[in-house]
Every structure is written in C-alpha cells, then in structure tokens.
Design a binder for this molecule. Structure first.
Ligand SMILES: O=C(O)CCC(=O)C(=O)O
Ligand SMILES: [Fe+2]
Length: 371
C-alpha cells in the first residue's frame, strides 16, 4: 500500500478509471488555409470556419496542425522546462510565488480543494502586467506584476519569450476564426486584448505512485478566453465528452497543439460555445510536461454576452462581471485550500438561467447514475 499525502486524494467519484477511453477523440483541424502567407481560396476558408464551429459546439476542444508555431521553438522550451524542474526544490523555490507575487514556481496548487500532483512555473506574456490590487469590488487600486526568472537555466527567459511570440500570433488567428464561426467580423475580439493578462504555465507532472487516487490537475474549466496547450508524448489530458459526460483521453499528436475555449468565450457567445471540463491523469512511470498559454483580456474588461449575439428570443444569460476582480478572487481561493466553493461564471448567470441549469444538471446526474 502506497502512502499518499491525503491532500492529494480525490473523492471516489472523481478518481481516474483504470482503462483509458480513447474513442473517437477531439477533432484535428488543419489550419494551413488560414496560416499560409499566400491568400487562400475562399472555399477552403469557409470549410475551416465550419470545422471550428463544429469543434467548438460539439467538444469545446480541438487540436490544430500547420499552426505556424515552429516545432523547434516548442522542443527548445520543453527541454529548458525539464532543465528547470530537474533542479533541487530549494533552487526552484528561489523563484517561488507568494501572496504578493503570484508569478514563478509553486507546487501546492489545489483544484476544487484537492491538491494537484504537479509543479508549475508561471510567467506573464506582457511584462509588467497590470491587475487589480485586490478582489474587493470597491477597491480601484492596481498593481504591476513582474515575471521572476530563475538563474538556472539562464536561457529559460529567452526561450520562453521566443515561444510566446509565435503562440501569440496563433492566438489572434484562432480568435479570428472563432469570431467568424460565430458570424462576427474577424477582429471583433481584438480590442479586448490590448492590455492583455495572458500568461503561460510550464507544467511538470512527476511520476506518481498512486495514479489511481490522485490527479495531475483535478477536473476544471479554464476561466480565460482561449487556451493553447503544447503537450509532450506522454499523454494525460482528458476531456469530458459533452454527449455523455465520459472522460476522453486526448491522444498526443506529433506537432499538434490542443485548443480549448474558456469561460470568457462561453459568456461572450451567450452559451453558444461551452467551456468544457477537463483534467489530467498521472502515471507511475513517466514524468510529463505540458505548456498551456492562457489568453486573457485586459483586467478592466467587463465580460458579458456580445450585443450581436443576443436578441429578444435569445436574451443575455449572464450579468456582466469585471475580469480582473473575478480572477483575483479565483487566485485567492486556489492559493490555499479553502472551505468555500470556487467562484465560477455560473455565479453570474441570470436567476432564471441558473434555475434551468440546475434542472439540467440534476437530470444529467440521474442519467449518469443509471449507468
Ligand atoms: O497539462 C495539461 O494537459 C492540461 C493542463 C490544464 O488543463 C491547465 O493547466 O489548466
Ligand atoms: Fe485547464
């Protein structure tokens, strides 16, 4: 019997199943009609937009190939990340995050109040990034966050910055495609990202002696606009299939990036697209590395359903909320185990919508129990 610190142990119903379900996985979309420098033919662009719409509607997740991010920059970052995490913990803790600076290294993240089997290193894409000083709604003070770079490996900073430049270009293209897929102009979302609060996380999941009890990241939805994830060939990411709630393994595909729409796009689209739950399983033999790029708007952005996507027949399902305050509150509860439920976009649903969601989730629970 392996002794596992009880803070890592998932409730029975949330533990990973012994067998992986690969099934028909999330779609793979070839972005070449949009990424290529030569103007593409309109038919292939329409096809691409249709594929994006289907993937966002049916899965909330997809993989992209021919995305313009060079394999070389990605591999360089994976190996620099490995060099960083391979160091003794005392060395890594020289850049550890604390309540004053949320950036850098830490190994105590909790998701839904259970500790994740992972260690991470976070940095902002814009350095410095301006965020609210507190989550109190009447406090207008802001602070500047600065990245903390380690001394070793010295090249980590440059490699991260190079990678980010390429992924950032892709992030705008994906936003454009998503916008077109909602029948909006390609640049509809762009202004929200002028003072963006986008950040990148280097994830390291060490081998775990009790992979049946713990998770690398517990079930969650990404709270930002869009996530672009590079994963290595080990695999571990699982996505909750919308049709039946089954956890589906995302098969690592060479040179593909995994994309998912986050809570913000769910609200902007007034629930046309949903931010889908996912989690990470760990294994007892191989460490895993992954690198999510979390694309987030400026802190002062009020997140609400877009005017073009609501009507009398389809009224706004959410009250607007301030992105910076929302994320501050979330960070506060992720930092340590709290007894309260995490803040979710669900809490901004208009009262009638919350009632409808409650009924739907009760029916879903009933039908899941029958299996
Ligand atoms: O490592 C992964 O595959 C996904 C990580 C993730 O979902 C997250 O950090 O939000
Ligand atoms: Fe995630």
């Amino acid at each position: 019997m392996v002794e596992l610190d009880p803070t890592f142990i998932q409730e029975l119903e949330h533990r990973p199943k012994p067998a992986l379900i690969e099934a028909q996985g999330i779609p793979i979309i070839d972005l070449s009609p949009y990424i290529a420098s030569s103007p593409s033919n309109p038919q292939s662009l329409d096809d691409l937009v249709d594929q994006i719409r289907d993937a966002c509607t049916n899965w909330g997740f997809f993989q992209v190939i021919n995305h313009g991010v060079r394999l070389e920059s990605r591999e360089k970052l994976h190996s620099a990340s490995k060099r960083f995490f391979d160091q003794p913990v005392e060395e890594k803790k020289k850049v550890r995050r604390d309540e004053a600076n949320p950036l850098g290294y830490y190994d105590t993240e909790h998701t839904k109040n259970v500790r994740d089997w992972k260690e991470v290193f976070d940095f902002m894409v814009d350095d410095p990034t301006v965020e609210p000083a507190s989550y109190e709604s009447d406090d207008e003070e802001t602070v500047e966050y600065h990245n903390q770079w380690p001394q070793h490996p010295a090249e980590l900073r440059k490699i991260c910055e190079e990678y980010v430049k390429e992924v950032q270009e892709l992030s705008y293209k994906l936003l454009e495609l998503i916008s077109l897929s909602l029948n909006l102009p390609a640049d509809r979302f762009k202004p929200f990202f002028k003072d963006q609060t986008t950040f990148v996380r280097l994830n390291h999941y060490p081998p775990c002696l009790a992979p049946d009890l713990a998770l690398g990241v517990g079930r969650h939805k990404d709270s930002g606009a869009l996530t672009i994830l590079a994963q290595d060939d080990v695999g571990g990411l699982e996505v909750k299939r919308k049709t039946d709630g089954e956890w589906i393994f995302v098969k690592p595909t060479p040179n593909a990036l995994v994309i998912n729409v986050g809570d913000i796009i769910q609200v902007w689209s007034n629930d046309t697209y949903e931010s889908v739950e996912h989690r990470v399983r760990v294994n007892s033999t191989r460490e895993r590395f992954s690198i999510p790029f979390f694309m987030n708007p400026a802190h002062y952005t009020v997140i609400e359903p877009l005017a073009e996507l609501i009507s009398e027949q389809n009224p706004a399902k959410y009250n607007g909320f301030n992105w910076g305050k929302f994320i501050m509150k979330r960070k506060h509860s992720n930092f340590k185990k709290l007894d309260v439920e995490n803040l979710q976009i669900f809490h901004f649903k208009k009262p009638d919508e919350r009632k409808i969601d409650d009924v739907v989730s009760r029916v879903e629970n009933l039908s899941n129990k029958k299996e």
